[in-house]
Design a protein around this ligand. Structure first.
Ligand code: FES
Ligand code: FES
Length: 137
C-alpha cells in the first residue's frame, strides 16, 4: 500500500474544492498541467488588497489522488499567508507532509507551480488595474 494516511485523508475529504470568480481583480488563477501524465490543476487565491494576505483559496484538480491531496493541502497552507510567504512554499514540504512516494513527487510540483501561476496572475491583474487607473486619471 504505497499511500500514506495523510494522502488518503485529503483525497477522501478534500479541502477548498471549488472556484473563485476570475473577474474579481483580487483573485489570481493558476492553471497548470503535468507533462508526466497530463493531469491538470486549477488553483485560485483571493488576496486582501489592503493587507496582501490570502483570504481564500480554492482548487479543482483533474488528476490522481496525490495531485488532489497536494492541491488540497496547498489551499490550506495558502489561507492566512501573505503573497510573499506563499511564494516560498516548496513542493518538498508537500512531499514531506503527505509522505508522497517517489513516483508521485511530480504531483507536488504541480501544486507548487499552480501556486506560483495563481500569484503571477494576481500580480498581473493588479498591474493592469494600476495602469487602467492611470489612464482614467
Ligand atoms: Fe492518470 Fe495522473 S496519470 S491520474
Ligand atoms: Fe501526475 Fe499525479 S499529477 S500522477
Amino acid at each position: 500500500m504505497p499511500y500514506s494516511a495523510q494522502i488518503l485523508e485529503h483525497y477522501n475529504n478534500p479541502r477548498n474544492v471549488g472556484s473563485l470568480s476570475q473577474t474579481d481583480p483580487n483573485v489570481g488563477t493558476g492553471l497548470v498541467g503535468a507533462p508526466e501524465c497530463g493531469d491538470v490543476m486549477k488553483l485560485q487565491i483571493k488576496v486582501n488588497p489592503a493587507t496582501g494576505v490570502i483570504e481564500d483559496a480554492k482548487f479543482k484538480t483533474f488528476g490522481c489522488g496525490s495531485a488532489i491531496a497536494s492541491s488540497s493541502l496547498a489551499t490550506e497552507w495558502l489561507k492566512g499567508k501573505t503573497v510573499d510567504q506563499a511564494l516560498s512554499i516548496r513542493n518538498t514540504e508537500i512531499v514531506e507532509e503527505l509522505a508522497l512516494p517517489p513516483v508521485k513527487v511530480h504531483c507536488s510540483v504541480l501544486a507548487e507551480d499552480a501556486i506560483k501561476a495563481a500569484i503571477k496572475n494576481f500580480q498581473e491583474k493588479q498591474t493592469n488595474v494600476e495602469a487602467s487607473e492611470l489612464v482614467a486619471a
